[in-house]
Design a protein around this ligand. Structure first.
Ligand code: NAD
Ligand code: LMR
Length: 327
């Protein structure tokens, strides 16, 4: 039995993400939770002739049923950006939403793999971790910030420049998920780019979200590419945990997930940063191993240093929010 609960399932990401998950033969129950419209979305998806049962749940009184015994909880619930906003501007609304969903997960699905999409990811992942700690069910190997869209973008944008097949070009992207905290490791992928191209494409990857926010002109942020990326990540977690597949993905985690995790990052950023997106080997308990970030160029080293201070602030904001909340 692999029950997957999507929280925010009626939204711009939630609907196409649920559609992509409905295509998986490994998922037996797709549970759709939102504060609006999930009965309709569930009825619609339930006509697709794949294995999973689909159920729709609306509003806090149905959250327990939605989430109970889920193996995976994917959270794209909350508000998206409008032009001129940063992801951190979403904290005021999304922090409470994520905290409450994490509380339900800690009570009713404490072993679930938690895949957090809601922004600001740099802060919402620490929120989920702190809630799980308060309920004494914390396992850092099972809580993931989904940064896969940065990796998908990096592969697209770099292959546009060097002409490789984008789906085969893997560009590791580490750090966090906002602006300068997004750290693409282009030096590990190609030597075909000039320094000017490296700087331009690095900036494009770091601010790719803004490109979509601007183009949507007030109608939200990336939804379809995020659904693609979110499904890729959730299915990777499922394939590794329930089908024993050998999978490596970059994801934003608490580095306590592996005893070597903190060291791998400390040497590169020159200090302690408790959460970081790193390449991880996934397995039956989530993070099996944090893999080395590998060598970085002097230009990338400067980017790491810039990222560290912003990340630390974002992490502290999430952690302190739960410390100040009554659960
Ligand atoms: P949206 O407004 O289209 O959908 C959000 C959904 O969340 C809505 O259906 C809404 O009803 C629901 N919701 C609100 N409060 C809820 C609650 N308490 N419980 C359950 N559901 C609730 O927004 P979207 O475009 O789907 O974006 C969702 C989030 O994902 C935003 O925070 C956005 O910034 C983030 N995002 C993250 C990434 C990433 O790479 N991690 C990429 C794109 C967007
Ligand atoms: C993205 O990277 O597209 C998302 O984080 C949404 C945003 O606000 O940019």
């Amino acid at each position: 039995m692999v029950k997957v609960c999507v929280c925010g399932a009626a939204g711009g990401i939630g609907q196409p993400l649920s559609l992509l998950l409905k295509q998986s033969e490994r998922i037996t129950h797709l549970s759709l939770y939102d504060i609006v419209n999930t009965p309709g979305v569930a009825a619609d998806l339930s006509h697709i002739n794949t294995k999973s049962k689909v159920t729709g749940h609306v509003g806090p009184e149905q959250l327990k049923d939605a989430i109970q015994d889920s193996a995976v909880v994917v959270i794209p619930a909350g508000v998206p950006r409008k032009p001129g906003m940063t992801r951190d501007d979403l904290f005021k609304i999304n922090a409470g939403i994520v905290r409450d969903l994490a509380t339900a997960a800690a009570k009713y699905a404490p072993k679930a793999f938690m895949c957090i999409i809601s922004n600001p990811v740099n802060s919402t992942v620490p929120i989920v971790a702190e809630v799980f700690k308060q309920h004494n069910v914390y396992d850092p190997r099972r809580i993931f910030g989904v940064t896969t869209l940065d990796i998908v973008r990096a592969s697209t944008f770099v292959s546009e420049l060097i002409g490789d097949e984008p789906s085969k070009l893997q560009v590791p992207v580490v750090g966090g998920h906002s602006g300068v905290t997004i750290l693409p490791l282009l030096s590990q992928v190609t030597n075909k780019l000039t320094q000017d191209q490296i700087e331009k494409v690095t900036h494009r990857i770091q601010f790719g979200g803004d490109e979509v926010v601007k183009a949507k002109n007030g109608a939200g942020s990336a939804t379809l590419s995020m659904a693609f990326a979110g499904a890729r990540f959730a299915l990777a977690v499922i394939d590794a945990a329930f089908a024993g597949k050998d999978i490596v993905e970059c994801t934003y985690i608490n580095l306590e997930a592996d005893q070597n995790g903190a060291k791998a990052v400390k040497d590169l950023v020159g200090g302690d940063v408790p959460y970081f997106s790193v390449p991880v080997k996934l397995g039956k308990n989530g993070v099996e191993r944090v893999l080395p970030i590998g060598s970085i160029s002097p230009y990338e080293k400067q980017l790491f240093t810039k990222a560290a201070s912003e990340l630390k602030g974002n992490i502290a904001k999430g952690t302190n929010f739960v410390a100040g909340s009554k659960l």
